[in-house]
Design a protein around this ligand. Structure first.
Ligand SMILES: Cc1ncc(C[n+]2csc(CCOP(=O)(O)OP(=O)(O)O)c2C)c(N)n1
Length: 643
């Protein structure tokens, strides 16, 4: 497919300068087409980008990027920005290995001032840029673009609070589409809704103005009271009083798809001294009917048919870990009335939407507020309930202190269901969940598990519910399960016990989570060369099955550990600590996992293969340990089906 005639001419934002409004409208159409086509092939964040086409065109028409700085919150809506800032030729590589990132990335372009991926950081970063500008005596505009969903996070308010107090020139654009991934929730969302739509506002305003004009100027005490009354009534006249009270000038709301209005508002906003909040109302998925109809489904989507909007699903794929988690939790909640579920704005992503449907009163969507979610769970657990906090590994990073301080220190029985543990694929380094074992393992009182397949996930969920003496976490990966047979009444597992799946005397593979399947394949491959390699499903990262691990270490003396996690501080690290502590000196250990650098984007299978987290990779590692490289080279080169 060829690029549109207008888009083809845009090599930098400067090329927008000569375009009339009607030409910009045509360009907007071409941009939408390009984004729909590309995302339909590569997957990506479709609806958020379709919603900001006009806003991005207006921003790049009025501001002068990269001199003026635009900070995109989350950054999932930066595709239009990428197309306008010299990257249209590479746009079709977006989210592929070695291609453009699906998020702003400073290494990619000077127009991507701040790299993002997690929400609600933009106001703080933009304020930092603005303060640096002031201190260095420079002169440029700084603008943060933040969604109404991202505004539900405490961090956004920390930024607003600080910016309003400091009073420097800063433009915050609130892109209000009433949606987070799911419909936005909370009191703030209702407040924005009133600002957007309340017809009573116009009437109240007219009535109050009429009354104020009628109040005569009379002397003494009466005047003072009347003045006070006038002051209080004025509050009802000021739209966005919440933001005004924080020290911002509130402008809007304006139509985020009306280019002349947007450009006019941006020009005016730049003239105002101090921090300004421009409230822009947009439609998520604008211009592509399937996405306008189902903005949540098209928020982030895999490949789909651009004509019908239907997903391109592979046939015969087992249910995902997420789905099995959601279904099992509902099943268990039928019998146990004290189970409650908490999500930070990701009901469908975590599978908790199933609990929400079945037991709406036992489900809490707290908005994009991972820290609050964890402390809320602490409160619920203190009062005797069994909260299950379902958060993606990467976003749980936000709540580290709450886990330590509010949950683990008092030893509360909160269950952490950590989805997307391991590399997630195309979303890249901001989204890979490869640090959770490291940041949870060292917290006293924490129990940490990873299931080898979806049936074991069921058992681990029951194990977690039976474990009422302290916090417990289970982490599982993104995507389809291994095809294991699910059970109706899953049984709990003994805490701290691993599973010896295959005996062997030449070496042992200690595998964690779904790496177990790959370890079994590797052992099978090694057996064809006459090597007997044991395979252990670790199940627990904490407590480790000391007995079994030590026994293997002392007998086979060669261990490969395998985890979909950073090598430092993870499962293999825990094994090394154990061996050191127990004085095992004659066991060689090789840890397979990610090195001390951020893992880039690419399909999950590609990333696992790149990092030797495949049967062939494990064979190669065993070969290195056994110093049999020649004999095993052919085997590790085979790559075996299951990468
Ligand atoms: C800390 C964190 N939690 C959760 C997410 C997942 N997430 C990505 S976008 C999004 C919704 C953002 O909504 P909004 O800011 O309104 O932007 P929109 O997509 O509606 O344009 C969520 C929850 C994230 N990126 N970062």
């Amino acid at each position: 497919m060829k690029l549109g005639q207008w888009l083809e001419r845009i090599n930098s934002p400067r090329d927008l300068q000569g375009l009339t409004c009607s030409e910009l409208v045509q360009l907007a159409g071409e941009i939408r087409k390009e984004i729909v086509e590309t995302v339909s092939r590569n997957g990506g964040h479709l609806a958020p980008n379709l919603g900001v086409v006009e806003l991005t065109l207006a921003l790049h028409s009025v501001l002068c990027s990269p001199r003026d700085k635009i900070v995109w919150d989350v950054g999932h809506q930066s595709y239009v920005h990428k197309l306008l800032t010299g990257r249209r030729k590479e746009f079709r590589t977006i989210r592929t290995a070695g291609g453009l990132s699906g998020f702003p990335k400073p290494e990619e372009s000077p127009h991507d001032v701040i790299g993002t991926g997690h929400t609600s950081t933009s106001i703080s970063s933009a304020l930092g840029l603005a303060l640096a500008r002031d201190l260095k005596g420079e002169d440029y505009s700084v603008c943060a673009v933040i969604g109404d969903g991202a505004l539900t996070a405490g961090m956004a308010w920390e930024g607003l609070n600080n910016a309003g107090h400091l009073g420097t020139n800063l433009l915050v654009i609130l892109n209000d589409n009433e949606m987070s991934i799911a419909p936005n929730v909370g009191a703030l969302s209702s407040y924005l809704g009133r600002l957007r739509t309340d017809p009573a506002y116009g009437k109240i305003k007219a009535d109050i103005e009429f009354i104020l004009r009628k109040i005569p100027a009379i002397g003494g005490q009466v005047v003072k009271s009347v003045e006070r009354l006038k002051d209080s009534l004025k509050y009802l006249l000021v739209r966005g009083v919440l933001f005004e009270e924080l020290g911002f000038t509130y402008l809007g709301p304006i139509d985020g798809h009306d280019l002349p209005q947007l450009k006019g508002a941006l020009v005016n906003a730049r003239k105002v001294k101090g921090p300004v909040l421009l409230h822009v109302v947009t439609t998520k998925g604008k211009g592509y009917p399937p996405a306008e109809d189902q903005p949540h489904r098209f928020h982030g989507i895999g490949a789909f048919d651009p004509v019908s909007g239907r997903a391109k699903k592979k046939a015969g794929v087992p249910p995902s870990y997420t789905q099995v988690f959601g279904e099992t939790l509902v099943q268990l909640s039928e019998e146990e009335a004290d189970i409650v579920g908490i999500t930070a704005a990701m009901p469908a992503g975590t599978g908790l939407d199933m609990l929400a449907k079945r037991f709406p009163r036992r489900f809490f969507d707290v908005g994009i507020a991972e820290q609050h979610a964890v402390s809320l769970a602490a409160g619920l657990a203190t009062a005797g309930l069994r909260p299950v906090v379902a958060i993606y590994s990467t976003f749980l990073q936000r709540a580290y202190d709450q886990i330590v301080h509010d949950v683990c220190l008092p030893g509360l029985p909160v269950i952490f269901a950590i989805d997307r543990g391991g590399v997630v694929g195309e979303d890249g380094p901001t989204h890979h969940g490869v640090f959770d074992l490291a940041f949870l393992r060292h917290i006293p009182g924490m129990t940490l598990m990873a299931p080898k397949d979806e049936a074991e996930l069921q058992r681990m969920l029951v194990t977690a519910l039976r474990h009422s003496s302290g916090p417990i976490a289970l982490r599982y990966p993104r995507g389809a399960g291994e095809g294991a047979q699910l059970v109706k009444n899953p049984l709990p597992l003994p805490i701290g016990r691993a599973e010896l799946l295959r005996e062997g005397s030449d070496a042992a593979i200690l595998a964690l989570g779904p790496m177990v399947g790959r370890a079994l394949e590797a052992a099978e491959m090694l057996a064809t060369t006459g090597l007997a390699v044991a395979v252990i499903n670790a199940r627990f990262v904490k407590p480790l099955d000391k007995e079994l691990i030590l026994q293997q270490a002392r007998s086979v003396k060669k261990i490969v550990t395998v985890e979909d996690h950073a090598r430092q501080g993870g499962f293999g690290s825990a094994v090394l600590e154990l061996l050191a502590k127990e004085g095992v000196q004659d066991c060689r250990v090789e840890i397979l996992g990610y090195g001390d650098e951020f893992v880039e984007q690419g399909s999950r299978d590609y990333l696992l293969a790149e990092n030797e987290l495949t049967a062939a990779g494990i064979v190669a590692a065993v070969g290195r340990l056994l110093k049999h490289p020649q004999r095993l080279r052919n085997l590790s080169g085979q790559g075996m089906g299951h990468v």
